[in-house]
Design a binder for this molecule. Structure first.
Ligand code: BGC
Length: 751
């Protein structure tokens, strides 16, 4: 397609029409100019292609497809290659079904465990979320099908999601909420970005020039098209000017007419419209010109769904090595989810699975008791049957978790508890059966009051249509658990950093915890949690040794290489997720205790040892400096922490960084003297004054003076004084302060 020529030949109406959907899922064609009609579909963990009369809330059926594990599960794999394969499979399905863009992945940060959509999101950590998204995007797009990374941005709750304003400071926005998008967009180059419903600091994401143009395109180099979330457009022309190219779904021609009118009356430059059309057409061409013959490989992809889930499930607890179970152990499977697993969430990502692999089917002949219903009412008959079966067995495996109604797109949870009838079942079974194992199916953390009553807990999350097969493989040791938590399980909801500010008052929600989301908060508060970020057990054991840094001192422009040895010291082949965190000891900015900056998942045979290598660049050390509007890694000492979870740091080494630029410093009459003293170019100038103030404060060499006010006290008082206070304490002449400020500013410029 000759996009430029087509745009030249399009009428104004055709161009405006190109900027909104034809219906729920299709873009408009312009047949006379050879622009084909293309389709987009949800995602992200399977193809939700709706035919006629499509709606986007999951009410109308979609074609039969394969439901892969949801993002809350796949993030726990920490496996870039696996996510790439997931993406490839989805890309092939899109080619088979003629879908040009699959909507996702969704990378919003899990700020609160209550967000109804957490099951679709990867993590509380932006680095992990972005890494997973990157692989997913590259996988899909390797099949010449586009992705739409979503929901851009700061859309972390469902409550009033279409109007509520997420209020936060610039560092929090950059370091946590935008960071989840940033490297995925820069490195994986998604064809499209979906802007979110909400407002950010008062402005709709769909109307934010800063977000959709300055940050996304000018800073990050995004060159695809931005589409709105379904119904996220408030003012169409403002949105178009801000960088929102495609409105979805159809607007019934209303907003197309607004665009036409705006061009006619001169309030919108036609070139802005042309640019949006160009971005959309380029991606239509990328799809249409690279069609591939593909088949929807149902069975192969079912197998892949099982494999991905097996690699993603997290063994949270395993007392006395009760797992893996012996094949011939006299076991009973208890709980409706053994028969009818909950394996996906509700809403726009809901897949019409062509088949389900339950645990009961995967373990034919095993005894079964239903135990509970999804109504959350105690059912004495079911309870009694389950308790009896547990008594008569050697081991009871309870399949429990959250029913559909507990978590979905569209609303948030109001608590973090499991249904009481399931808690009761687990307590009653554990009372009679010391060998009780719980297998969890949930999209988000839960409170686990019965933790110490059971021997093992296997977290399957919402594990896709083959979840039962994966669970049985893991329970019986056909596979070794290797997932680690992509989010913290707090003891109770009240411990969560957003607790006092979630979900806000409906108009605004204040992100008062700032950077301290998830483990960043629990770490800083030294707070006990149920299971820390990065936690996950295995049937084998690993040792870490010999951490080496390529250099002890680096420039902020250098790359640091970190190596270590990891060995499988147990008897079973297994995979370990080695996590690298960085701690900033320079004390130049408010920083979390440590932040995840790299990871590797390594497969090891029993007795095998491998060298792990990870690299770090400036960004791994940097914070976002709002004053400079850029990332900054301060000079000084940082620690490289390597561990098997955020709470289990096994090796550490320090590195010294030299910043290539001085830290930002605004010099005016309010600048604290302490900040000036830190700068080598300014310290000599300000030192004269420092001495004079010390004298003015009465510091002398006499013993009496030293006793009354120590040198340290004087020093502390002085460093906290703003420059202007020299006026009062040193009786400066008129104009002297201004001259000093100027001198300092010039000295800084020269340095
Ligand atoms: C959701 C998106 C989804 C879209 C289309 C919206 O309600 O927020 O994630 O892609 O609908 O179904």
């Amino acid at each position: 397609m000759d996009v430029k020529r087509i745009i030249n030949e399009m009428t104004l109406e055709e161009k405006a029409g190109m900027c909104s959907g034809k219906d729920s899922w299709r873009l408009k064609s312009v047949e006379r100019l050879g622009v084909p009609e293309v389709m987009v579909s949800d995602g992200p963990h399977g193809l939700r292609k709706q035919m006629e009369k499509g709606d986007h809330l999951g009410m109308n059926d979609s074609i039969r497809a394969v439901c892969f594990p949801t993002a809350c599960a796949t993030a726990c794999s920490f496996d870039r290659e696996l996510l790439h394969r997931l993406g490839e499979a989805i890309g092939e399905e899109c080619q088979a079904e003629n879908v040009s863009v699959i909507l996702g992945p969704a990378v919003n940060i899990k700020r609160s465990p209550l967000c109804g959509r957490n099951f679709e999101y990867f993590s509380e950590d932006p680095y992990l979320a972005s890494e997973m998204a990157k692989s997913h995007i590259c996988g899909v797009q390797s099949k010449h099908v586009g992705t739409s990374i979503k929901h851009f941005a700061a859309n972390n709750q469902e409550y009033r999601r279409m109007s509520c304003s997420s209020e936060m400071d610039e560092r929090t926005l950059r370091e946590i909420y935008l960071a989840a998008f940033e490297s995925a967009i820069k490195e994986a180059k998604p064809w499209t970005v979906m802007c979110s419903y909400n407002r950010i600091n008062g402005e709709y994401a769909s109307e934010s020039h800063r977000l959709l143009t300055e940050i996304l395109r000018e800073e990050w180099g995004f060159d695809g098209y931005v589409m709105s979330d379904w119904g996220a457009v408030a003012d169409r022309v403002t949105g178009l000017k801000a960088g929102l190219d495609l409105e979805m779904p159809a607007s019934g021609g209303l907003t197309d007419a607004e665009i036409v009118e705006a061009v006619r009356n001169g309030s919108l430059e036609e070139s802005v419209l042309d640019q949006a059309v160009e971005r959309i057409l380029k991606k239509i061409a990328a799809y249409a010109e690279n069609r591939q013959k593909a088949e929807f490989a149902f069975e192969r992809h079912h197998e892949l769904a099982r494999e991905i889930e097996t690699e993603s499930a997290v063994l949270l607890r395993n007392e006395d090595g009760i797992l893996p179970l012996k094949e011939d152990a006299k076991a009973v499977f208890i709980g409706l989810f053994a028969k009818e697993p909950r394996y996906q969430g509700g809403g726009s990502s809901h897949i019409n699975s062509y088949r389900t692999g339950s645990a009961l089917e995967a373990k034919p002949g095993v005894r079964y008791a239903q135990g509970y219903t999804l109504e959350d009412q105690p059912n004495e008959a079911l309870l009694a049957e389950a308790v009896q079966a547990a008594k008569e067995s050697e081991v009871a495996v309870i399949f429990a978790g959250l029913p559909d109604a507990f978590e979905s797109e569209g609303y948030d949870r109001s608590h973090m508890r499991m249904p009481e009838n399931q808690n009761e079942l687990i307590r009653r079974v554990a009372e009679v059966q010391p060998n009780t194992v719980v297998v969890l199916h949930n999209g988000s953390p839960i409170e686990i009051p019965w933790e110490n009553d059971v021997k093992a807990i296997l977290e399957m999350y919402l594990g896709g249509q083959a979840v039962g097969e994966a669970a049985v493989a893991l329970l019986y040791g056909k596979a070794n658990p290797s997932g680690k938590l992509a989010e913290t399980f707090p003891m109770r909801l009240e411990d969560n950093p957003s607790y006092l500010n979630f979900p806000g008052d409906g108009k605004t929600v204040t992100y008062a915890e700032g950077l301290f989301v998830g483990y960043r908060y629990y770490d800083a508060k030294k707070m006990a949690v149920r299971y820390p970020f990065g936690h996950g057990l295995s049937y084998t054991t690993f040792t870490y040794r010999d951490l080496k840094l390529s250099r002890k001192t680096i420039q902020d422009t250098d790359t640091l290489t970190v190596t270590l040895q990891v060995k499988n010291t147990g008897k079973m082949a297994g995979k370990e997720i080695v996590q690298l965190y960085v701690a900033d000891h320079t004390k130049t900015a408010v920083r979390p205790e440590k932040e995840l900056r790299n990871f590797v998942k390594v497969a090891l045979e029993p007795g095998e040892e491998k060298t792990i290598e990870m690299t770090l660049t400036k960004r791994a050390f940097a914070w976002y400096d709002p004053e400079r509007k850029d990332w900054y890694a301060s000079s000084g000492e940082y620690e490289i922490l390597v561990g098997s979870s955020s709470a289990k740091i096994l090796l550490r080494e320090c590195v010294e960084i030299t910043a290539s630029r001085a830290p930002s410093l605004r010099i005016d009459s309010n600048t604290p003297i302490g900040d000036l003293l830190k700068d080598p170019a300014l310290a000599p100038i300000i030192a004269e004054y420092q001495k004079k103030i010390a004298e003015a404060f009465g510091q002398s060499d006499s013993e009496a003076s030293k006793e009354a006010i120590s040198e340290e006290m004087t020093y502390q008082m002085i460093v906290n004084l703003p420059l202007r206070s020299l006026r009062s304490f040193l009786q400066l002449q008129p104009g002297e302060l201004e001259a000093l400020v100027k001198r300092l500013q010039e000295a800084r410029k020269e340095a």
